[in-house]
Design a protein around this ligand. Structure first.
Ligand code: A2P
Length: 310
């Protein structure tokens, strides 16, 4: 295996490969395409796979991993608690374990701070808050010892993370957020890293036909180091110790994304400076629902999100 790949270290001591294959393939569910993508990824050295119950493909992710033939102990598998399962974390966890059909999960994340009503993904369920949900996640470490290696969160902000930390017995090992050169969230990244929380980046390329691929600063750095824009974007994040979770079903892109190139300090500074340009700061992941004006039932303000969506 490509064990020369870089790793981040969790506060549990576990090593996390810096590049994962993001397994949400643009639509809920999973089919042979996903199984094939996972197998193609393992062949070029990926050992970290990121899914969620919400993606409705945990069974296919498990199938792809088994068919890859890579020993379980070489893999790092992340899945996430669905928003309508905050009231019963244990049952949700057991269900993920069963669907993935693995002996343990390396990282179990609270997918969103938001709890939502069953079958109403844009209606907030305020009968429970994320601190109560986190207590249930903490209990998993005892009741499901050995079956869950680490717990963390996703989509927590500089507003919600401190609220959680104030009450947490176990500091989340990871915060998975949307971050890329057009949504750098450097304050949040610094806050997480100060607390030993590994940051991982979803939509690190900015979805299909990403505008970041055409960014003049990204293109300039790509030309200087003889890399593709995608490689510049991913390595920029990794060089600030952010784990990246790019997704692709295209074998050549899966391979292209798994390449470690070095940006100089000046090249890092050039990409960092994009954050100072308000015209190039927006979220690209399409989670905002215009009808309810929310992201899964919560306003941007409640989430503590400041960057607008494209
Ligand atoms: P595809 O799956 O057809 O290869 P993100 O992970 O930021 O959400 O972006 C994923 C999207 O970007 C997918 O649509 C994927 O397309 C595309 N993609 C992944 N890797 C690359 C790449 N190296 N160059 C161009 N597009 C890519």
């Amino acid at each position: 295996m490509a064990d020369s790949q870089p790793y981040a270290t969790l506060d549990t001591g576990a090593k996390v490969p810096m590049i994962a294959l993001g397994c949400y393939m643009g639509k809920p569910g999973g089919d042979q395409e996903l199984v094939d993508a996972i197998k193609a990824a393992t062949q070029v050295g990926y050992r970290h796979f990121d899914t969620a119950t919400y993606y409705m493909n945990e069974d296919k992710v498990g199938q792809g991993l088994r068919e890859s033939g890579v020993p379980r102990e070489q893999l790092f598998v992340t899945t996430k608690l669905r928003n309508d399962c905050h009231h019963d974390v244990e049952a949700a966890f057991d269900n993920s374990l069963k669907l993935l059909n693995v002996d343990y999960i390396d990282m179990y994340l609270m997918h969103w701070p938001n709890s939502t009503k069953p079958n109403e993904p844009y209606v907030a369920d305020d009968s429970i808050d994320f601190i109560q949900t986190w207590k249930s996640m903490e209990r998993l470490l005892e009741t499901r010892a050995g079956k869950v290696k680490a717990i963390g969160v996703s989509n927590f902000s500089t507003k919600t993370l401190p609220q959680l930390l104030e009450h947490a017995k176990v500091v989340p090992a990871m915060n998975q957020i949307e971050t890329h050169p057009y949504n750098q969230t450097s304050e949040l990244v610094a806050l997480c890293q100060k607390h030993g929380i590994v940051v991982s980046a979803y939509s690190p390329l900015g979805l299909t036909d990403s505008p970041i691929f055409k960014d003049e600063d990204v293109l300039a750095v790509a030309k200087e180091i003889g890399a593709t824009p995608a490689q510049v974007i991913l390595n920029w994040n990794m060089q600030r110790n952010v784990v990246v979770l790019p997704k692709s079903i295209t074998p050549s892109r899966i391979e292209q994304n798994f390449k470690f190139v070095k940006l100089s300090e000046a090249q890092m500074a050039k990409i960092n400076s994009i954050e100072k340009d308000p015209k190039r700061q927006y979220r690209l992941c399409k989670v905002f629902d215009p009808k309810t004006q929310t992201v899964f039932g919560w306003s941007y303000e409640r989430l503590g999100w400041t960057t607008r969506s494209l």
